[in-house]
Structure formats: structure tokens, C-alpha cells
Design a protein around this ligand. Structure first.
Ligand code: URP
Ligand code: ZN
Ligand code: ZN
Length: 465
């Protein structure tokens, strides 16, 4: 029987804290209490002065994804290695069928790719096209494969964007099946119009990306998605909320009882739109993602929305490319592969800016990085909590230690970091994933393929974020 004792730390849960030892045995949390005894062959981690918390759950990643004429830089091995080094013990990635492709067939491809993951993983399904076959297969996905969340794009006209008519039909199907609807909310028609306008005006640099995706287009699409969800009666999750208008639309809807919640990303809390005005193409293009980084005044609104519970989760939207890949859009910003990295940095950045910065408590940090995602995506009570019987997904953070984030030292498979040079205080020394000590203060011990697939059950009862 394999066991690890984390001794003398302060356990932080979403609803409180206590000073206690924590014993992991055979992949589960087996004991919590003062002065726990252990066997001679138990590994002991001394956590005096440290915080012991549930491993991060990243509900929004894109590993190995073919996209915009290339494939993202991190596969399920390098990406999950980076996640483990940054304290994330489970991810939910997106399966992306091609137009007309069977979602079940796409799932089997993604399951095959994900076989090399070192942490546990589940999937959302992107509704990349709509028709009777997709609707039929959704039932099999939910009932037999535990895919219980479906993502819809209101942006990317001519690609992933669906017509409202199809979204409404698919939302109804989600409702029938007890599944959660997710939206990428930006107005794709107006973005296409503005992109053409920028290019016609000779604006080909990454600045055109910013100028063609103003925040009111995110606010409009968020409001429209909420209206479709409200009328069809499906619970809604808005991914990567970046704009105050979108956060406010979610807050208003929640105020009148609509079942909607949202996620934001650390980058939207700290990086502003000035990055697109930088004359260095590699730097500016390295920040091209959708929605784009916003003017600084949006950040305070997002922090308040996190603290108030309007936005219940943080993800990374990890979708990273090398500088070389971003150069696909050297002469046309609309061809720059969209996405940034961050799977390794989320917890460090959020602790540093959020907890050290006095924006959120350590308990809220746990809720926002782990517990709420587990509840929202039906991984609860197995994951996202420090209780006897839960999976032993545990991290140990030393609040006194500091480090500097950089592409040169990251495990993410790219030569760029949006966090380049940022010094963070509060370092994750240990990551345990189902009891396996996969990250030990710089030592990566994760075995390729040790991650398990996480099927999730559908909602048989009202959605509670
Ligand atoms: O720019 C982004 N966010 N890339 C990933 C795909 C998506 O829209 O989530
Ligand atoms: Zn998106
Ligand atoms: Zn995404």
C-alpha cells in the first residue's frame, strides 16, 4: 500500500482552514488530523509554514488541437507535465470535430491522443456543426462517455460559428440530456465586418486583432447567449470572460435567477491591450487570443466578479503556439493562430495577484482554482476537496518562496510566455495526483500515461454553481 503523509501544514478548503496532517493512501485521502501516525515506508512531506490545498482543476485547455493551419505546441504529454509543475491535477479539454465529422469519432481520436497524459483529464465537446446526427450522438456522448458539457461558438464566422437557430436547437438538446451549454461569446458577424475593414485600411499588424474585437461585441454576444439559455431553460457557462460588459450581463442574469456562470483567465486580470500596440511582431502576436486582452479598467470589474461569485471559475484557455507558428499571420493579423499558454502559471499568478494582492482570500483561491470547477462540471465530490475519501489530488504551496516566470524555465512547449519576467511570491513545491507525488520541488516524477479519463455524470437536478 502506497502512502504519503503531508505533515504540519495548514489545509485550505473552499469554506475554511485548519492546521492538520493529511495522509494519502492508494490514491485517496485516507486521513486528516493532528499528529497522524504512519508506516515505516510512508513518504513524508514536511509542510510546516505551507498551505495544503486541492490540486487545481483547469476547465479550459486545448492540447494537441489542430487549429488555423497548424497544431498547438503542447500535446497531452508536455501540456500535462506543465500543468503538474504548476499545481494542476486535472483538466477538461475540448474535443473539436471537423465540420461534418462524427463527434463520437472525434472523441475516439482525442481519447487516443490523451492516453499520454500525466494528470487526469475529461472532455467537453465542441458543437462544430449542427444536424440530426450530431443531436443523436450527443445522447451517446452523455450517457456512455460522460461528456456532459457542450461548447458553442458565437464567433469565428465561416469556421466554428453556428447560427442562432442551430444554437437554440442544440441548447434544447442539452437541456433534454441534462448537459451544460458553454459559449465563446463574441459577435462573429461584426468581427468579420471589422476585420475586413481593418485590412482594407491597411492595418495588417496584431493591432488589427484588437480593433476588430471590441468589448461591446463580447457584451452583446454574452447577453444573446444568456437570452437563448434562459428561454430554452439550459444552464449556461460563459468561457473566458474578458470584458466588463460580459461580466455585468452575467451578474444581471444571475440576479434575476438565470442559471448562468462564467470563467475568466489570469491574463484578463493582469495584462492589458497595450500589448497589441508593441512594434515587435513576435511580442504582439504572442498575445493574440480571442477575446483579446482589454483596457485596464476591465480588470477591476473581473476581480470583483470573481470575489462576488458572478464568475465562479478560472481556466487558462491554454492554447499555445511558438513564435514561428504565430508568424503565419505576419502579413495579416486574422491569420495569426489564436491562443496563449498558461496551464503552468494559473495558480502561481492567481495566488500572487489575488491572495497576496488582497483581492481574494486563500479560501476563495481554492474555490476559484479547483472546487467550483469540480462542482460545475460534476467532478465533485471526487475532486476539488480535501476530505477523507476524495482523490488525493493535493498541492503544497510555500507562501514565502518566490520565483520568476519565464519561457526559458517553463515546461510548456513554447518559446513565449505572456508572463515573461513576472516575479511571483508563493511557490507550489509539491503536486500529488491521486496520491502520486508527481512534482517534488523541481523534480518531475510523472509517468507518461498515468492520467485517467474522467467521465462525468449529467445534471439530473437544477444546476448550482
Ligand atoms: O484564442 C483562443 N481563445 N484560442 C482558443 C480557442 C478558443 O476560442 O477558446
Ligand atoms: Zn473560445
Ligand atoms: Zn478555448
Amino acid at each position: 500500500m502506497k502512502s504519503t503523509l503531508i505533515r504540519g501544514g495548514t489545509l485550505i478548503k473552499a469554506d475554511g482552514r485548519l492546521r492538520a496532517d493529511l495522509l494519502c493512501r492508494d490514491g485517496l485521502i485516507a486521513g486528516i488530523g493532528a499528529g497522524l501516525t504512519h508506516d515505516a515506508d510512508t513518504e513524508v512531506i514536511e509542510a510546516d509554514g505551507c498551505f495544503v490545498m486541492p490540486g487545481g482543476i483547469d476547465p479550459h485547455t486545448h492540447l494537441q488541437l489542430p487549429m488555423m493551419g497548424t497544431v498547438v505546441a503542447d500535446d497531452f504529454y508536455s501540456g500535462t507535465i506543465a500543468a503538474a509543475a504548476g499545481g494542476t491535477t486535472a483538466i477538461i479539454d475540448f474535443v473539436g470535430p471537423e465540420r461534418g465529422q462524427s463527434p463520437l469519432e472525434a472523441l475516439s481520436i482525442w481519447r487516443d491522443w490523451a492516453g499520454k497524459a500525466v494528470i487526469d483529464y475529461g472532455f467537453h465537446m465542441t458543437v462544430a456543426w449542427w444536424g440530426p446526427r450530431f443531436a443523436e450522438e450527443m445522447e451517446v456522448l452523455v450517457r456512455e462517455h460522460g461528456i456532459t458539457s457542450f461548447k458553442f461558438f458565437l464567433a469565428y464566422k465561416g469556421g466554428l460559428m453556428l447560427a442562432d437557430e442551430d444554437i437554440i436547437a442544440a441548447f434544447l438538446r442539452c437541456r433534454e440530456l441534462g448537459a451544460l451549454a458553454q459559449v465563446h461569446a463574441e459577435n462573429g458577424e461584426l468581427i468579420a465586418f471589422l476585420q475586413a475593414k481593418m485590412l482594407a485600411a491597411g492595418i495588417t499588424s496584431p493591432l488589427g486583432h484588437l480593433l476588430s474585437r471590441p468589448p461591446q461585441l463580447e457584451g452583446e454576444a454574452t447577453g444573446r447567449a444568456i437570452a437563448m439559455a434562459e428561454i430554452t431553460g439550459v444552464p449556461l457557462y460563459v468561457v473566458h470572460v474578458s470584458a466588463a460588459q460580459a461580466a455585468n450581463a452575467i451578474a444581471d442574469a444571475r440576479g434575476r435567477g438565470v442559471k448562468v456562470t462564467g470563467e475568466t483567465l489570469p491574463g484578463f486580470l493582469a495584462i492589458d491591450d497595450s500589448v497589441y500596440r508593441n512594434a515587435n511582431f513576435d511580442f504582439a502576436a504572442g498575445h493574440v487570443m480571442s477575446p483579446p486582452y482589454r483596457p485596464r479598467e476591465h480588470q477591476e470589474v473581473l476581480w470583483r466578479a470573481l470575489a462576488a461569485g458572478t464568475l465562479g471559475t478560472t481556466g487558462t484557455d491554454h492554447c499555445c503556439f511558438s513564435r514561428e507558428q504565430k508568424r503565419l499571420g505576419l502579413n495579416d493579423f486574422s491569420k495569426i493562430p489564436n491562443g496563449c499558454g498558461g496551464i503552468e502559471d494559473r495558480l502561481h499568478v492567481l495566488w500572487h495577484l489575488g491572495v497576496n494582492g488582497g483581492k481574494i482570500s486563500a479560501e476563495q483561491f481554492v474555490a476559484l482554482t479547483s472546487t467550483n470547477a469540480a462542482k460545475t462540471f460534476n467532478l465533485w465530490p471526487r475532486k476539488g476537496r480535501l476530505e477523507v475519501g476524495a482523490d488525493a489530488d493535493v498541492i503544497v504551496l510555500d507562501p514565502a518562496r518566490s520565483k520568476t516566470l519565464s519561457a526559458a524555465t517553463q515546461h510548456q512547449n513554447t518559446d513565449f510566455s505572456v508572463w515573461e519576467g513576472m516575479a511571483v511570491k508563493g511557490v507550489i513545491l509539491h503536486t500529488l495526483c491521486r496520491g502520486d507525488h508527481v512534482w517534488a520541488d523541481g523534480d518531475l516524477r510523472a509517468e507518461r500515461g498515468r492520467g485517467l479519463y474522467l467521465g462525468r455524470s449529467a445534471f439530473g437536478h437544477p444546476y448550482e454553481a
